[in-house]
Design a protein around this ligand. Structure first.
Ligand code: UN1
Length: 496
């Protein structure tokens, strides 16, 4: 079969990279399946895209927000019609199972309808002036050209969390998709263009190796960068962006804990652990990567969890009966393998998995067996560092206070969960867990689009989703209207 070729979208035109170079996107479940060929772009392509976006911004910012929002409504409707095809494409390029890629597209649909509603709000504030016959208010203004660097694990949902609020607020966008999953961003952007986003308002520039990302981050005409990815790259992005005073929204790692107290509904906690740790093959920032068990239940909980993890069906996510798809690429397999070795050398007990799957149906892909370590202690690297794969650590604790302390003892702070029937402990955990998200009696994954999504500490800053997402893509203008017909000097004429 001929390989489909995709190009950059710049100023409404589909263009190859200036260098003429391309890269191939392969199916992680079957490397002989080439999903497509994409432009391997560089700084000169970014320059063109930013110039096109800057030009388009001049008129886009004047389109009334409710009209911009109508485009998002249409995009939401089109995404709904195309949901199945886009989910199939996403499973093919990224690997996660169909039920989950359908969920990923659904999250973009939800975001489209939710943010479209914001087009008729975009609330500002009014406040009394300290002077007579003077009116004071603050209004939201778009930033201009904004850059987005998006990850492969939620290849449509996460771009939608960034693009939709940016667009409704009146910004022009340049997006760089992850090189493992550009097709899903193409599907999203094509849909937006068909829904009516004008030429130049939305641009895609593909490419890896830092060339496109760095050029976007350093560009003097890019007003802000929204980044989701690893902490290592995020730190680099933040430092480079500082040179041109760009605000950076950072969504990075997690080492999310599910705490299970002795009084919990254990079956529910088991279901939550299994879904939180091995859903998306553990490749979510919100994935459960630590289970904290109170000593009274550890003995019965661990064997049940291990038995269920061993029974998970690993395979090509396009097969509806598969529960765990491949990891996205060989480098992720290497990371999982390395962390298994680290955990073993630290003295953790391997309960199941612990290796890549390479035989028979797995021979052409990047598969890793669901892995559980027990006997993990809080000092171990496996208890503190993000693996971003199907590798779960079990730690044990005595008191509730100790569990909170262990949960908080890491650098990350994205998601967290507590299983208990004790309402007082539930609310104490909500107050005391250092994380941007806390679930009670539910897994660490599964955030909804109308609530703010973000973390504390080394997880990053700011929020995607929720109306809070607009805070990053707008700036405030303070407006004073004096209708007294005389000079009124603030802080002077009205002083005591
Ligand atoms: C991510 O983990 O990178 O809350 C995003 C969730 C999804 C989004 C996850 N709605 O698990």
């Amino acid at each position: 079969m001929p390989i489909t070729t995709y190009q950059n979208l710049i100023g409404g035109e589909w263009l190859p990279a200036r260098s003429g170079k391309t890269f191939k996107n392969v199916n992680p479940a079957d490397h002989s399946d080439i999903v497509g060929e994409f432009p391997s772009s560089g700084a000169e392509d970014v320059d063109l895209a930013v110039a096109a976006a800057k030009k388009a911004f001049a008129t886009w910012r004047l389109v009334p927000a409710p009209k911009r929002a109508e485009i998002l409504f249409r995009a939401g409707q089109l995404l709904r019609e195309r949901k199945e095809q886009f989910a199939q494409d996403m499973t093919r390029e990224m690997g996660k199972v169909l039920a989950e890629t359908r969920g990923d597209v659904q999250e973009a649909i939800d975001e489209a309808f939710y943010v479209a509603g914001e087009g008729r709000r975009l609330f500002g504030k009014t406040t009394p002036s300290e002077l007579q016959s003077k009116f004071a208010m603050s209004i939201r203004m778009p930033l201009g050209v904004v850059g987005m660097i998006t990850p492969w694990n939620f290849p449509m949902a996460i771009p939608s969390w960034k693009l939709f609020p940016a667009l409704v607020a009146g910004n022009a966008c340049v997006i760089k998709p992850a090189t493992d999953t550009p097709l899903s961003v193409y599907n999203l952007v094509n849909t937006l263009v068909e829904a009516g986003v004008p030429a130049g308002v939305l641009n895609i520039v593909c490419g890896g190796g830092g060339a496109v990302g760095n050029a976007l981050v350093e560009h003097k005409d890019v007003r802000a960068i929204s980044f989701t990815g690893s902490s290592e790259i995020g730190s680099h992005v933040a430092q480079r962006a500082a040179a041109t005073f760009k605000p950076v929204s950072l969504e990075m790692g997690g080492k999310n804990a599910q705490i299970v107290l002795n009084d919990a509904n254990l079956d529910l906690a088991l279901d939550g652990a299994l879904w939180g740790a091995f859903g998306t093959t553990g490749q979510r920032c919100t994935a459960t990567s630590r289970i904290l068990l109170q000593m009274g239940i550890a003995k019965q909980f661990i064997p049940k969890l291990v038995e269920r993890a061993k029974a998970l069906k690993v395979g090509n996510g396009i097969d509806e009966s598969v529960q765990v798809g491949p990891q996205v690429n060989a480098s992720q397999i290497e990371t999982s393998t390395n962390y298994v070795e680290i955990a073993k050398s630290e003295g953790a007990k391997l309960e199941c998995g612990g290796h890549a799957l390479t035989d028979g149906p797995y021979a052409n892909g990047t598969f890793f067996a669901p892995t559980i370590f027990s006997g993990v202690t809080r000092e171990m690297r496996i208890a503190r560092e993000e693996v971003f794969g199907p590798v779960l650590s079990i730690l044990e604790f005595d008191t509730f206070e100790e569990a909170i302390e262990i949960a908080n003892s890491i650098d990350y702070g994205l998601s967290s969960a507590l299983y208990t029937k004790d309402l007082n402990k539930a609310f104490t955990a909500i107050r005391d867990l250092e994380a941007g998200i806390t679930y009670i009696n539910a897994p660490t994954i599964g955030a909804e689009v109308h609530l703010p999504f973000g973390g504390v500490k080394h997880t990053g800053n700011g929020h995607r989703e929720g109306s809070e997402a607009l805070d990053f893509f707008t700036t405030w203008k303070a407006v004073y209207v004096d209708y007294s017909d005389k000079l009124q000097r603030a802080q002077i004429d009205n002083a005591e």
